[in-house]
Design a binder for this molecule. Structure first.
Ligand code: ZN
Length: 255
């Protein structure tokens, strides 16, 4: 039988554990106001890189300042039809992939596609200009490194590749991801020409972790105004402003 002292000790332990657990949950952040991008670094000590980092994303990609590389191998893209789920996580619409058949190969390292999501307007700028939207394909390597493939989206023709996602897009935050009825094909979401700009950057959301290999495609894809409007009605603005390039070099890679 447990003594009163033992029960009291256990109660204290449970309370300490609960306090630690609640402290461990990351601070809430937003895209505007007191918890907006300029304050992210002050909201949580885990977010310090947002303020103190020197290799942050996104950036303004200036063509006149790009270094051309003929030594970097073109990225290999191995994307195809796959089952997926969809979630409105309060910050974006995110499509999660269940299998591990989609991957890219970057400088000999394989990065598996884990999820893709959208920003409105674009996060990266090209020569000082935002695109209407930006699509981020987020990949992880076996040793935990992150590579993000960014595709700019401009207003134009309706894009059928996004039909199943757009017709299932949750307008409000969802606790869990919901299975998509149709498969998605990330390959159909890329432009024909995969000429890219590469640089070393960070996550564009807290905790703004650095060491992310960025590949931003030079050529945009299109979506109709109605498709852009549908996303914008849920997320009027979910972009982080561009960050200083500092002493980094962005490299242009032919495909
Ligand atoms: Zn993103």
């Amino acid at each position: 039988m447990k003594t009163k002292l033992q029960i009291a000790c256990m109660t204290v332990l449970v309370l300490v554990f609960m306090a630690a657990a609640s402290q461990a949950s990351p601070a809430h952040w937003t895209y505007e106001g007191d918890t907006g991008p300029e304050h992210w670094g002050e909201l949580d000590e885990d977010y310090l890189a947002c303020k103190n980092g020197t290799q942050q994303s996104p950036i303004d990609i200036k063509h006149s300042e790009l270094t051309a590389s003929d030594t970097i191998q073109p990225m290999e893209v191995h994307y195809g039809k796959t089952e997926a789920n969809i979630q409105n996580n309060g910050y974006t619409i995110q499509v999660g992939l269940k299998d591990h058949q989609n991957y890219i190969v970057l400088d000999g390292t394989r990065f598996m596609l884990a999820q893709f999501h959208f920003h409105h307007p674009s996060e990266h700028q090209i020569d000082g200009q935002h695109a209407d939207m930006e699509l981020h394909f987020v990949h992880k390597s076996g040793d935990g490194k992150t590579a993000v493939l960014g595709v700019l989206i401009k207003k134009g023709a309706e894009n059928k590749a996004f039909e199943s996602i757009w017709s299932s897009m949750p307008a409000t935050e969802t606790e869990e991801a919901v299975e998509l009825e149709d498969t998605v094909d990330p390959a159909s979401m890329l432009p024909a020409n995969l000429h890219s700009i590469r640089y070393s950057g960070s996550l564009t959301t807290p905790p703004c972790t650095e060491g992310v290999s960025w590949i931003v495609l030079d050529n945009p894809i299109e979506m109709s105004q109605a498709q852009i409007d549908q996303f914008a009605a849920i997320f009027p603005d979910n972009h982080r402003p561009v960050q200083p390039l500092g002493d980094r070099k962005a490299v242009s890679v032919e495909h």
